[in-house]
Design a protein around this ligand. Sequence first.
Ligand code: NAP
Length: 273
Amino acid sequence: MSAYKPLQGKLAIVTGASRGIGAAIAEKLASYGANIVLNYTSESSAQKTEDLAKRLQEKYGTSSIIVRADMGDPSVGDTIIASIKSSPLYSTSTAPLVVDIIINNAGISKNTKLQDITPELFKQHYDINVLGPLMLVKAAMPYLPHDGSGRIVSLSSVSASLGLPGQAVYGGTKAALEAVTRTWARELSDRCTATCVNPGPVVTDMYGGTSEEFKEVMRPFIEHAPLMNAGGAQGRGATPEEIAGCVGLLCLPDSYWCTGSVVSCNGGMIMGT
Ligand code: NAP
């Protein structure tokens, strides 16, 4: 067990924590000592999330609160806060609830070319990827710290800025999340910082589910991003842990002077943000 516990006793909400990048972020923050609210939505992920909570407890001695809730439901923020309050960790506590860290990680991406875009597809993406984070932060706002120590980190994507084919809707949701983040940075400046990270391809179910055609479009990018071909790798996606490492840094007390930014976390695929 690491002795380095910069987030000891803090509470972090991680949406979409059952697998992929979210599970790796939950583990990184738990390794720093934070108790974690593990959100997910699919029945098929119930056991995985239970197993993750158990592993975090055994490896790091942290507590988890599991909340199965759909980030596309406008009441999701209230549901998550109510679940925290009624959990064994808080229901008997006399100390006021403080939500120190929010990681807006849950997201969906269904690549769709212009001719196949429907209002339903648009609404589903914007509900989960944009409205969900807004409603979560709104519900958590009364519980954010009052000393500026809070952290909101949201998962954007290189898709917000690269104009990738089939990602008009998905890329739009990520650009929206970046805009929302800049407003949070100002409106909540007494309470927390607000930042985004923007991964390129990450080896998870989401990227695994993209078409061969899409992967061909991505190939030249990943073959030429400095860290994606470092060490003779000839182009590779990131591991979830590589993204979690950057998110973890943004949650540390030392990252306090970094807000309203999109922090480039894509092996050099995009520079200058
Ligand atoms: P993933 O492997 O598909 O996992 C998605 C996670 O989000 C799962 O935990 C899933 O929960 C959860 N989720 C999906 N819809 C949800 C909903 N309606 N309510 C609550 N939870 C929901 O995705 P990932 O690759 O780890 O991506 C995580 C984030 O990084 C996303 O925001 C994605 O856009 C972003 N990102 C990914 C990549 C990439 O290449 N993978 C690149 C750039 C950015 P269940 O298990 O319950 O379904």
